[in-house]
Design a protein around this ligand. Structure first.
Ligand code: ZN
Length: 206
């Protein structure tokens, strides 16, 4: 089955000015869709037709097929990203809150660390909150690179720092975009759910 553009788990107007409907129309409806269309065209007629998205990412990486890797990984990254956003302001609780306190001292300190990683990442890429062993880790991957392509990387949350994620609403102000998202738009329930280690499968398809 060809890859598809997943539906957003909220309406495109749900975030108001934090993330505009126009941004969703472009970011989800055009950028994410373009990765889907391109990956499908690259897989069609090859022995990867019918493989899952995560399998395609792994095989494209192993064989050095950069165009396929980039487009397939971007499908996965974006699918995971949308799930990590929520228009309802939440706060971490339970086990997740404990891990945040253990690893960073406080929720605010974690947000600062994530912001610094996202803002400090040079060029296009993704800032990540991962689970490493029993501890949380903040890091970033460049361009399309993805935890789905790294054995043992357990993804919990990501922030898209490609300019296409914020240019309509924030122009070049990546710090303002990241700070607003972290303060108002994170789905901490999704982050907590991913502590089960199954985050990679939650954005898989096929
Ligand atoms: Zn993006």
């Amino acid at each position: 089955m060809p890859f598809f553009l997943p539906n957003l788990p909220y309406s495109t107007s749900a975030f108001g000015d934090t993330i505009s409907a126009e941004t969703f129309d472009y970011h989800h409806g055009k950028h994410h869709k373009a990765y889907v269309d391109k990956a499908n065209s690259l897989v069609e007629g090859t022995d990867l037709a019918g493989a899952s998205l995560v399998e395609v990412i792994a095989k494209a990486k192993a064989s050095g097929n950069k165009p396929l890797f980039n487009n397939a990984a971007q499908i996965w990254n974006h699918s995971f990203y949308w799930e990590g956003l929520s228009p309802d302001t939440q706060a971490p609780s339970g086990k997740l809150a404990e891990l945040i306190t253990e690893g960073f001292g406080s929720h605010e300190a974690l947000l600062t660390k994530l912001k610094d990683e996202a803002v400090g990442h040079f060029g296009s890429g993704w800032a990540w909150l991962l689970l490493e062993g029993d501890a949380l880790k903040v890091t970033s991957f460049h361009d399309a690179d993805s935890p789905a392509a790294h054995d043992g990387a357990v993804p919990l949350l990501t922030i898209d720092v490609w300019e296409h994620a914020y240019y309509i609403d924030y122009r070049n102000a990546r710090p303002k975009h990241v700070e607003t998202l972290l303060g108002k738009a994170i789905n901490w329930e999704f982050v907590a759910k991913n502590l089960d280690g199954k985050g990679v499968s939650r954005a898989d398809q096929g």
